[in-house]
Design a protein around this ligand. Sequence first.
Ligand SMILES: C[S@@+](CC[C@H](N)C(=O)[O-])C[C@H]1O[C@@H](n2cnc3c(N)ncnc32)[C@H](O)[C@@H]1O
Length: 206
Amino acid sequence: MNGPSLPARNKWDRRYAGRTLEDLTEPTPFLISCLPELPITGLVLDVAAGDGRHSFILAQRGLRVDAVDISWQGLRLARQRAAQADLWPGSIQFVVADLELAWLPLRVYDVVLVSFFLFRPLLPVIKDRLRPGGWLLYETRVEPLPDNPLASQRRDFWLKPRELLDTFSDFDVLRYDETHRHRPGGCRGGVTARLMARKPVSESYG
Ligand SMILES: C[S@@+](CC[C@H](N)C(=O)[O-])C[C@H]1O[C@@H](n2cnc3c(N)ncnc32)[C@H](O)[C@@H]1O
């Protein structure tokens, strides 16, 4: 792979390479809180799925999942986790792809999940791939205030305040919040925006 995403792939492959099944992360409280409202059958897209913490729990619920990420090392962990629980092959399909090409599998999804990933040109493609009535779960960071040391980092990974809400204002928004969260032992807390919304079913949409 060449191009602008090569450093991202190398960075994430390095990060995941040293991990084993003992190091796997747990689903976020937001995703857990959304689970009871989601369908129990259908097809899910996990955008930038990482080590598969969300693909796994959604597949355990009975959904079929496409887990897409640039890091084959992340998806290796995800596949090991799924295989250990007899969820692979079958329930989860793993796709190594560069999402900064604004590409997604050419399928229609009942649920799209994005957790801690942002590439703005992908947002209209996400809208397009959801079926009418489909569910969007989106959770990622809002840009830090200028006095935060993280503010000097690459800024296009971060949302503006209310940006997620405005981007999906044509959806039926069921939940939205922007909340400051502390992470145990770390300085990488900050504000996270969390959206649960459904694509309208009306024929006039789109
Ligand atoms: C902060 S992690 C989040 C992983 C997962 N969604 C979660 O919540 O555990 C960001 C993920 O984005 C992936 N990523 C970064 N750039 C990417 C790109 N251009 N295309 C596809 N995935 C990418 C990384 O490999 C990494 O797994």
